[in-house]
Design a protein around this ligand. Structure first.
Ligand code: HEM
Length: 538
């Protein structure tokens, strides 16, 4: 049960490589029957109506009628590439994952995306970018499903439908296609102030990257890694582009959207075709796995917070090179199915309530997007390791399972018994103590600070970058028609940074409100205020 073809670099290329369309001498029906021609329907005479018995016509039109599948509910527009990840061994101390052992080469498939636009929308919009990586490892497939921004809009996945409803185009006119400049978006982020952190990153130059090749990537959540000795470490993942981090300026982004809406996907495909393979170093920030799951006052389970690199430097554990374009956009880029729950031994999840909801959501959406529960059999989604599961039948089943007893233990089919007492390198969840046995819906108090890191991020930018942020808020809020929403967002800006608020308010022709909380009051992390106002982000 492995991909049909594997390139010399180990890149799984799938069935698309083997089935080159129209390569045979004769055109055939889907049943392999040779066709004389395909341009004329069977008719009752040259001027007569078409006959229902024309199987070729009906097969051709029916298949065409069903060529489209639903686009992703978010991250619909994307571009992808194959490559290889080579570990340097520095991650071995914290994780027993085999693909992190020094010198191990693991094929990867990476899909970059915008979040909000539809599949045909433009590339250089102001938005978050997805950065999803599938590692086809010797111990099964590991997916690192991240973004180019280290924080997220919400702290609990139960709000994901809400933030997406607010950020997608308005339901009446389906405007705007992808930009953040509309009332429901600003309504949401000004009412759910936990979203201010992510919004600030969107309004910064990070929201309009120059290229997929010049983006950082972040796993966002804290993960729990476990080493051979069973010791655990809390970790945040970072992708560092060797091309550097570069953004467009707003005017460039708007012009490019009109001139070449495929700018980012063209750039990725062209540079790979030219042999200028983009590379990223994979790094980790590590934190002691304490019962509090805090680091320097920062709650590691709060996905709206990041940990400054001054407090926890990023240690590089390997390098990824993207070296091959997909052969077929649909078979690979469109049908790839990432899932934060695709884990390998040595990598486990935490109780971050955003991550926990993601663990449910991806497989659920893929069952409808990819037409049933068997999408892991699609070439791009097949692991390189042999599959021996007990999943059977269902829509689009392509495996012909032998045997009669898909259950364990059984006394009929034999093979693969569970060997008592043997680890067999199986995936074993970290036996973590539950923090409480009391059911609650409340968040911890350490999730309450929605402003102090946001202000720090703004003040860490260079003056020209700060100007871009001010211009972005002014432009985007200027497109927000409801004055009460603009006023409420200004209140959040006042709590983030008084100068930022004053300049945006002036641009909007509105009075600047006074802050309702100060950084000292809101910050839960004394270490953050010690970093001062000039710490760099990179
Ligand atoms: C898709 C990242 C939060 C649901 C994606 C993709 C990325 C991503 C990169 C595109 C994958 C691809 O290229 O195919 C993230 C990050 C999050 C986050 C970094 C927060 C840290 C959530 C949450 C939910 C969610 C909280 C739901 C509770 C989805 C769904 C898709 C998706 C349904 C479409 C998947 C598909 O159709 O294959 N996400 N996401 N995401 N995400 Fe998230």
């Amino acid at each position: 049960d492995s991909p049909e073809t594997v390139s010399p670099t180990g890149v799984p290329t799938g069935a698309a490589k083997t089935a080159v369309s129209q390569s045979g001498r004769f055109l055939t029906t889907a049943q392999g029957t040779r066709m004389r021609e395909t341009d004329h329907s069977l008719k009752a005479g040259p001027r007569g109506p078409i006959l229902l018995q024309d199987h070729h016509l009906r097969e051709k039109i029916t298949h065409f009628d069903h060529e489209r599948i639903p686009e992703r509910v978010v991250h619909a527009r994307g571009a992808a590439a194959h490559g290889v990840f080579v570990a340097n061994g520095a991650g071995v101390g914290v994780s027993k994952a085999g693909f992190l052992a020094a010198g191990t080469e693991t094929p990867v498939f990476v899909r970059f995306s915008t979040v909000l636009g539809s599949r045909g929308s433009a590339d250089t919009v102001r938005d978050t970018r997805g950065f999803a990586t599938k590692f086809y490892s010797d111990e099964g497939t590991y997916d690192l499903v991240g973004n180019n921004i280290p924080v997220f809009f919400i702290q609990d996945g139960i709000k994901f439908p809400d933030v997406v409803h607010a950020a997608k185009p308005h339901p009446d006119r389906e405007i705007p296609q992808a930009q953040s400049a509309h009332d429901t978006f600003w309504d949401f982020v000004s009412l759910h102030t936990e979203a201010q952190a992510h919004t600030m990153w969107n309004m910064s130059d990070r929201g309009i990257p120059r290229s997929f090749r010049t983006m950082e990537g972040f796993g966002v959540h804290t993960f729990r890694l476990v080493n051979e000795a069973g010791e655990t470490t809390l970790v945040k993942f970072h992708w560092k582009p060797r091309q550097g981090v570069h953004s467009l300026v707003w005017e460039e982004a708007q012009i490019i959207n009109g001139m070449d809406p495929d700018f980012h996907r063209r750039d990725l495909a062209d540079t790979i075709e030219a042999g200028a393979y983009p590379q990223w170093d994979l790094g980790i920030q590590t934190f002691p796995d304490t019962p509090e799951e805090m680091f320097e006052g920062i709650d590691l389970l709060d996905p709206t917070k990041f940990v400054p690199e001054e407090l926890a430097p990023v240690q590089i554990i390997g390098t990824m090179t993207l070296n091959a374009n997909p052969t077929n956009y649909f078979a690979e880029t469109e049908q790839v199915a990432f899932h934060p729950g695709h884990l390998v031994p040595g990598i486990d999840v935490t109780n971050d309530p955003l991550l926990q909801a993601r663990l449910f959501s991806y497989i659920d959406t893929q069952i409808s997007r990819l037409g049933g529960p068997n999408f892991s059999q699609l070439p791009i989604n097949r692991p390189l390791t042999p599959v021996n599961d007990m999943l059977r039948d269902g829509m689009h089943q392509t495996a012909v399972h032998g045997g009669v007893a898909p259950y364990k233990p059984n006394s009929l089919d034999g093979g693969c018994p569970f060997l008592a007492g043997e680890d067999m390198n199986a995936y074993i969840e970290v036996p973590q103590e539950l923090p409480s046995s009391r059911k609650v819906r409340e968040s911890p108090a350490t999730f309450d600070d929605h402003f102090s890191q946001v202000g720090m991020f703004f003040r860490s930018l260079t003056p020209v970058e700060q100007d871009h942020v001010i211009q972005a808020y002014t432009f985007e809020l200027g497109k927000c028609y409801e004055e009460n929403i603009r006023i409420r967002q200004l209140q959040s800006l006042a709590n983030i940074d008084e100068r930022l608020c004053a300049e945006v308010a002036q641009g909007l022709g509105l009075p600047a409100p006074a802050p309702t909380v100060t950084m000292e009051e809101s910050a839960t992390s004394p270490a953050l205020s010690q970093i001062g106002e000039t710490w760099p982000v990179d």
